[in-house]
Every structure is written in structure tokens, then in C-alpha cells.
Design a protein around this ligand. Structure first.
Ligand SMILES: Cc1cc2nc3c(=O)[nH]c(=O)nc-3n(C[C@H](O)[C@H](O)[C@H](O)COP(=O)(O)OP(=O)(O)OC[C@H]3O[C@@H](n4cnc5c(N)ncnc54)[C@H](O)[C@@H]3O)c2cc1C
Length: 592
């Protein structure tokens, strides 16, 4: 089985050469004393060690052992506790957290690289700490100062973990119909009653306390999403001095048996009049929860990337080692009966597809992380507004496309391994099982597509998209190698968007029918922009310092591979998006 090695050189290249993140940090007052290239590199090195030496070794045994439920208590796989302790002692829970409450205040661009490493090493393990960081964002943005001071520092330190409790058995994508009830206790707290299902890390043995962020409705709340409030509900109530008090009236009724991420406890959570505290305003809970969900959506996209990178590393190691058949042009290694798989065009096609999509995916998720950093740290209001708009536009694209590609890449990696990818030994089948959930949770990829086309494009008449397309056009020079191909797809995307907007004014089903294909088409254009930027940065670096020439030349070749073999997928997705709703609604229910 191939060992995971963090792609540090690629990560640094994307951060410093493609996006010049370090130059931005030095210009932002909130960051220029906190982070520079040297500090960031040291953090990345430590992160790589943690991922490879502490987290990755747990991945396979954690999958085999899984979590155990016994009378409401959940035991995580052997080794998880110790790894979580090391994770927490390293300060990784608070890497991007607010320094006023014990976080390290690092930029998201850096945290995104760490997230990728942890996810490559083990998706199941990494879910436990990741939800705490997201919960802190929602608490920080919407809760009272008291709640912030009480709950954020122990989550950043790893002493406590967090969850997000949205889903109920009858309410998944449609949260407007949740039934969990909240009653005002009249003393600043609420009593919450209801059952949530599928709650990641709802119960476990890694931390002293678990802080649940729960969506519920007050008795007089309006129907639908506008009647949802958000509550913070601790497993153990917290005394005024911060020590743990009595156990709250909530429990884990069961954990799910499931396809993958066996080391992650997926819990049924029963709240029986549990004491909770309002986060944000009454009936504005969904907005408050979106602060957490948007963070988690970027994280889930990066989960797809992490799995895809692991798949590439394993498939490449296998293709170098495994000998089958002879090279079509000439026998490469005459001292053995067969050549390595890597001599075959089809194997190279699969590896290059994975490589091109992973490197663009890393650049794209880093670009979105950078928009979050600009929105948070830039002193310029106009810059912040634009970055907020771009992050809003692209969050559903990162979530859905990186996870769709994540599954594809894990399956392609499996194909490279042949039958050895299907059996247990090499770990590839686990990767396929584990990554599959990323397309489903945090809002299915279908729901992400609706969010993109309905809310982020239709509702503002394409204004956010206009910002993105302007930036692509402005940064693409006529002399750039792939300029014409890229700008041609940008023009076509713009026309496609205009036609869909006009279709959707006549036909209420148009957005739902076109969403997924539209998101795919947009993503291939974004990846084209990423490859153009990577290729230019590589050429610049080659000309200016001349180091690593073979590695930099590989970037140019991979860019060409992307433009000739992968970008054409834009056209089929765009054609499908334009196909309209006719056939979809032509069949009666009986005809299906
Ligand atoms: C392992 C695991 C971990 C999870 N962790 C959490 C967690 O920590 N917290 C939490 O709250 N939830 C969690 N979930 C729940 C997850 O977020 C939901 O399963 C997901 O949002 C989809 O909801 P659903 O399963 O009810 O599917 P449904 O909402 O029933 O959707 C079924 C299908 O219909 C489609 N669909 C639904 N509505 C529409 C529409 N309007 N237009 C077009 N298509 C539509 C969906 O895209 C999907 O393909 C987890 C789930 C799993 C399996």
C-alpha cells in the first residue's frame, strides 16, 4: 500500500507562485505580524508530518474496526484518542480560529492546505475536528459575547468538539419542515426536544464535552425556513467558572451502519428538553447556520480533493511497480518479462487526468479560500465585497465539483490497479467507499447546483458571475498559450447563462433541470482558468530562477493535457444544460 506524502511543493507553488498569497499577507494589517512565508512553510512541514505519521496509519484499521455503540456511549477505533490528543496539542483545531478566543488566526489559504493533507490521510478521522472549527465560525459570527467566551476557547484547544444538527428523518434537503421544538425557559435558555439523524460526531470518546449546534423551531415560528432558530446545546452543561456541570438531557440513540467512513460516528441524537442557548436572532437560524455550512462546504470539497490526491499517489506508485505487457513502441525493460504499467498510453491517460484535475482542484480551492481571506482581512471595503460575492458564487462549485471529481478519481485509481483495486489489500476500495459520502452530505451536489444557478446566479441576474468572468478575461492575455480556447468557453458560458436565465423566466422547472450540468460546465471553465494561471506561473518561475525545470515543464504538459482532453467536457455539459425540460416531464409517473 502506498504511503501518503503531502504534496508540499505543489502546495507552496499554488500559494506563492500562482496566487502570491504571501504578498497579500504582508499588506494586511491583521496578518502582517502573524504570518509570513517562513512561518507558513514551517506550519506546512509540521502538518505534513502529522498527516503522514499520525493520521494516515489509522485509516485502514479505523475502517476495519469502526465505531462501537453501547447504551448511548460511542467508542472510536483504537488509536483515535491518542491521535486526537496529538492533533489538539499541536493547536490544529484552532489553526484558522479567532485569536481573541484562543485561535491561531491563520489565513484560510494555509488552513486549506492543512485540510487537504488531513483528508488525504483519513476522511473519517478528520471529520471529528473539522466540525468544531466550523461551529466556532457560527458562534463567533452570531452568538453573544458570553457564549463566545465560554465555548470557543475549549473547542479551539480541542478539549471540546462540535457538531451540526440539521437533518431529521423526514427533513434532509428541505430543512423548512423540521419538527424539533424549542421552548423559552424564560431565564435566557431554551428547552429543545426532537430527534436529529445522521449527526457526524454526535457522540464519541475523544473529547470531554460535545457542543451541538441544533436547528429547531419556536412554537409561534412562521412555517418553512423563515421559522428556524439556531441553538447551542452542550452535552455537559458548563458552570460559570468554565468547569463541566451536570449532563444535559440529550443522548445518542444509535449509530448508523454505512458504506464508508466507518471510523466516523454517524449518530441518531435525541434531545429531551435539553438546555440550549439561542445563537443569533430568533427565526434567523438558517442564516446563522449557513456561516458554518459554507465553511463546511469548502471543507467537504477539499475532502474530495484529499481523497483524489491519495488515489493518484497510490495509482502512480502501482503503475511504476506493476509489470504487464510491453510498450507499444518498444520494450522498455528487456531484463524483465514485462514493462511497468506506466509505459501504456491508457494508463498515462488515467494518471494525467487525475493529476490535471487534482492540481486544478488544489488551485481552485485555494482561490476560493483566498476570497475568504480577502473578505476577512482586506482593509478595502470594495475588495471585501467583491471577494464575498466570489466566495458565495464558488462555494457550491467547490463543494460539488471537487467531490464529483473526487469519486471519479478514486474510481480511475481503482482502474489503474485493476483487480487489485477492487480487493481490500491496497486500500483503494476503501477510498472509493469513503469519498462517496462527500457528494451527499452538506447539501447533496444536486442541491449545490440549485444554490449556484438559483440563488447565486438567477437571484442577482448574473452579477456575481460577471465579476468572475471579468477577472478571467482581464487576466488572460492574447499571447497566453491557451488564451483563445479559454476565452471561447468563457463566451459560451456567458451565452449559456443568458439563455438559461431567459428559459427560467418562462419555465419554473428550468433551473432544477439544468443545474447539475451547468455547475459542471462552469467548473470546467474555472479549472481552465486555473491551468492557464498555473502554466503562466510555471513559465515565469522557469525564466526567473531556472530551478526545478523538469517539474515546472510537467506543469506545462499537464496544462496542455487539460486543454486538449478535459476542457472539451465543458461542451457536453453545456449542451445538456441547454436541453430544456421537455423530455424530463414528458413521461407520466407510470411511464418511468
Ligand atoms: C455519513 C453521513 C453524515 C452526515 N452528517 C450530517 C451532520 O453532521 N449533520 C446533519 O445535519 N446532517 C448530516 N448528514 C445528512 C446529510 O446532510 C443529508 O443526508 C443530505 O443533506 C441529504 O438529505 P436526505 O438524505 O434527507 O436526502 P433528500 O433530501 O431526501 O434527497 C434525496 C435526493 O433528492 C434530491 N432532492 C431533494 N430536494 C430536491 C429539490 N428541491 N430539487 C432537486 N432535487 C432534490 C437530492 O439532491 C437527493 O438526490 C449526514 C449524512 C450521512 C449519510
Amino acid at each position: 500500500m502506498a504511503d501518503y506524502q503531502a504534496p508540499l511543493r505543489d502546495m507552496r507553488f499554488v500559494m506563492y507562485d500562482v496566487f502570491r498569497a504571501d504578498e497579500q499577507w504582508s499588506l494586511w494589517p491583521a496578518l502582517n505580524q502573524t504570518i509570513d512565508r517562513e512561518t507558513a512553510d514551517a506550519i506546512l512541514e509540521e502538518a505534513a508530518k502529522l498527516a503522514a505519521k499520525t493520521i494516515a496509519p489509522l485509516n485502514r484499521p479505523g475502517d476495519e474496526q469502526g465505531c462501537q455503540w453501547d447504551n448511548g456511549e460511542v467508542t472510536t477505533p483504537a488509536g483515535y484518542k491518542e491521535a486526537y490528543r496529538l492533533f489538539s496539542e499541536g493547536g490544529w483545531n484552532g489553526l484558522g480560529g479567532n485569536p481573541d478566543y484562543g485561535g491561531m488566526g491563520m489565513p484560510k489559504v494555509l488552513a486549506a492546505q492543512f485540510d487537504e493533507m488531513a483528508c488525504s490521510a483519513s476522511l473519517a478521522f478528520t471529520l471529528y475536528p473539522s466540525l468544531g472549527a466550523g461551529a466556532c465560525l457560527a458562534i463567533d459570527a452570531h452568538a453573544s459575547d458570553d457564549l463566545k467566551a465560554t465555548y470557543m476557547p475549549p473547542i479551539y484547544s480541542g478539549q471540546w468538539t462540535g457538531t451540526m444538527c440539521l437533518t431529521e428523518s423526514h427533513a434532509g434537503s428541505d430543512l423548512g419542515i423540521i419538527r424539533t421544538k424549542a421552548l423559552d425557559n424564560g431565564d435566557g435558555s431554551y428547552a429543545i426536544t426532537g430527534t436529529k439523524i445522521f449527526i457526524t460526531g454526535g457522540e464519541h470518546d475523544l473529547s470531554e464535552n460535545i457542543i451541538h449546534l441544533v436547528l429547531a423551531k419556536l412554537p409561534d415560528a412562521p412555517a418553512g425556513p423563515k421559522g428556524i432558530s439556531l441553538f447551542l446545546i452542550p452535552k455537559f452543561l458548563v458552570n460559570p467558572d468554565g468547569s463541566l456541570g451536570e449532563r444535559n438531557t440529550l443522548s445518542c440513540g444509535a449509530i448508523e451502519k454505512k458504506m464508508g467512513i466507518h471510523g466516523s460516528a454517524t449518530c441518531v441524537m435525541n434531545f429531551d428538553g435539553a438546555k440550549g442557548y439561542l445563537v443569533g436572532e430568533v427565526n434567523k437560524g438558517l442564516n446563522a447556520m449557513f456561516t458554518m455550512m459554507n465553511y463546511e462546504r469548502l471543507h467537504v470539497g477539499i475532502q474530495g480533493l484529499g481523497a483524489s490526491e491519495m488515489s493518484y499517489q497510490r495509482a502512480l506508485a502501482y503503475a511504476r511497480d506493476r509489470r504487464q505487457g510491453r510498450s507499444a513502441s518498444s520494450a522498455q525493460q528487456t531484463d524483465t518479462a514485462a514493462d511497468p504499467l506506466l509505459v501504456h498510453g491508457d494508463i498515462r491517460r488515467m494518471l494525467l487526468n487525475m493529476k490535471a484535475l487534482n492540481e486544478a482542484g488544489r488551485a481552485f480551492s485555494t482561490y476560493v479560500a483566498m476570497q475568504l481571506d480577502i473578505a476577512k482581512f482586506s482593509p478595502d471595503q470594495q475588495e471585501r465585497d467583491k471577494a464575498n460575492a466570489l466566495a458565495a458564487l464558488l462555494t457550491p462549485v467547490v463543494k460539488a465539483f471537487l467531490t464529483d471529481i473526487g469519486l471519479d478519481s478514486c474510481i480511475v485509481g481503482q482502474q489503474v490497479l485493476g483487480g487489485h483495486g477492487y480487493i481490500r489489500e491496497w486500500g483503494q476500495e476503501q477510498l472509493v467507499r469513503d469519498v462517496r459520502i462527500t457528494q451527499i452530505y452538506e447539501g447533496t451536489n444536486g442541491i449545490q447546483a440549485l444554490d449556484l444557478l438559483g440563488r447565486k446566479i438567477f437571484q442577482n441576474d448574473g452579477a456575481y458571475l460577471g465579476l468572475l468572468l471579468n477577472d478571467i478575461r482581464r487576466s488572460t492575455k492574447p499571447e497566453d498559450e491557451f488564451a483563445e480556447t479559454l476565452l471561447n468557453t468563457v463566451d459560451q458560458l456567458e451565452k449559456l447563462t443568458a439563455r438559461l436565465l431567459s428559459q427560467s423566466r418562462r419555465d419554473p422547472d428550468a433551473i432544477n433541470a439544468a443545474g447539475v450540468d451547468y455547475l459542471t460546465a462552469l467548473a470546467y471553465v474555472c479549472y481552465g482558468w486555473m491551468w492557464l494561471s498555473i502554466s503562466k506561473a510555471a513559465a515565469h518561475k522557469l525564466a526567473s530562477c531556472g530551478s526545478d525545470p523538469a517539474w515546472l515543464a510537467a506543469k506545462q504538459v499537464t496544462a496542455r493535457h487539460y486543454f486538449t482532453r478535459l476542457l472539451p467536457r465543458f461542451h457536453s455539459a453545456a449542451a445538456a444544460a441547454l436541453a430544456g425540460t421537455g423530455e424530463l416531464f414528458a413521461l407520466s409517473e407510470d411511464q418511468f
